[in-house]
Design a protein around this ligand. Structure first.
Ligand code: NAD
Length: 374
């Protein structure tokens, strides 16, 4: 195991040891806190918009663990869900809205942050309305289905003087932060090539994810975005060109509207190249960087965890955390402190990714190498 890995493990273990008698403060390999310290001040109130699978199974449970925010309200089009959530999470009726009454949230002092967890094509409308209601916003990935929509969302938040974060939960996750460090600090020398892929076998073919007008595309919009992010955050660079290929459809009846499997290749300014796959027909989830003097990888790399990592010098040891709680706490800490959110989780980052997703589709459709420098 490398010295830095041993040291980081030692630091982690020392802090875990200390937590038995003092505050549970964990640090990552950078020495940054990876768990929010309890604040004396108030928690920000979050309203979840859209009570589907991600809100129900991930965000609401995570909000029971957060230090800097709490589940304060919901916005839903389904009255029976409203009843269920009010009871389960002790939410007052005054903090429950539907899509028509949503704008009245402007008068609700309990709600500081609106978290948009709707199908991709609906993000723009609800982020703009949330900003106009004077709330900070967190918006799920992909930020929107067109760059123009992303720009409108950024503009609306700027105009309202409110901050906009994207649901990039991995940016607060310790294994991910460690591979960002290994790549960006060239711990194993310059990165030569990367394999970064994310896919799964999708179920119900009638769901919105299979409709281009609601999802913006297929697996690339949904999970391929993680592979795009992965290659960007381990290099710390922006790609300068892209080529891409659609696979032939093995289930053409199911994949009438969106791609089934898609491959793409980025070139980066340092000379690093990446090769990626995304798919709705079979599973893959890995991020591998081959460097001049070794390699590192995460697999699984992008799901809810626990993530696992290895390097050519041994395993990556990091604490396992709740991604959603870390993300919401991290965003809300900055909001409470009146700080500007770091660029890599804002709407600007969301826009960069959506531009790249569109360029990947353009490259696959035309068969041409697309220059991204322009
Ligand atoms: P879902 O289908 O489970 O839920 C969508 C919600 O939107 C439902 O409550 C549905 O009732 C509501 N809705 C309102 N109008 C609708 C319409 N016209 N058609 C369909 N649904 C409508 O989806 P989900 O998995 O919760 O995904 C929601 C968002 O969260 C997506 O943008 C997705 O990419 C994102 N997401 C992010 C992560 C992550 O790890 N960051 C994980 C899952 C989903």
């Amino acid at each position: 195991m490398s010295n830095s890995l041993i040291q980081s493990r030692r630091r982690f273990l020392m802090n875990v040891g200390a937590s038995a008698i003092t505050l549970p403060v964990l640090t990552d390999a950078f020495g940054n806190s990876i768990q929010s310290e309890p604040r004396q001040g108030r928690k920000l109130g979050i309203a979840l918009v859209g009570l589907g699978s991600y809100s129900k199974n991930q965000l609401a449970p995570a909000l029971q663990q957060t230090q800097n925010c709490r589940l304060a309200g919901v916005v839903t089009g389904t009255p029976s869900k409203a009843e269920e959530w009010m009871q389960k999470y002790n939410i007052p009726k005054a903090n429950v809205y539907d899509y028509k009454t949503f704008d009245r949230i402007a008068d609700n002092k309990d709600i500081d942050v609106v978290y948009v967890v709707l199908p991709n094509s609906m993000h723009e409308e609800f982020v703009v309305r949330a900003a106009q209601a004077g709330k900070h916003v967190i918006c799920e990935k992909p930020m929107a289905i067109t760059p123009k929509a992303c720009q409108n969302m950024i503009e609306a938040c700027k105009k309202a003087n409110k901050q906009l974060a994207i649901g990039y939960r991995l940016h607060y996750e310790p294994f991910t932060k460690e591979v960002m460090r290994l790549g960006q600090e060239k711990v194993f020398g310059p990165i030569k090539f990367i394999e970064s892929s994310d896919g799964f076998r999708i179920g119900d073919p009638t769901q919105w994810r299979m409709k281009k007008d609601m999802a913006g595309g297929g697996p690339l919009m949904d999970v391929g975005i993680y592979a795009v992010q992965g290659s960007r955050y381990v290099t710390g660079e922006e790609p300068i060109s892209v080529t891409a290929q659609f696979s032939p459809k093995t289930e053409p009846q199911k994949f009438k509207d969106v791609e089934e499997t898609l491959f793409w290749q980025f070139e980066f300014p340092s000379g690093a190249v990446s090769n990626s796959t995304t798919s709705y027909t079979a599973g893959i989830e890995r991020l591998y960087a081959a460097c001049q003097n070794g390699w590192f990888e995460l697999s699984p790399a992008f799901g809810y965890g626990p993530l696992k990592g290895r390097t050519s010098k041994g395993p990556i040891e990091q604490p396992v955390v709740n991604h959603q709680a870390m993300h919401m706490d991290g965003v809300c800490k900055d909001l409470l402190d009146g700080k500007k959110l770091p660029d890599h989780i804002t709407g600007e980052e969301g826009l960069r990714d959506v531009r790249l997703l569109q360029a990947i589709y353009r490259a696959a459709e035309t068969g041409r190498k697309i220059d991204l420098k322009a």
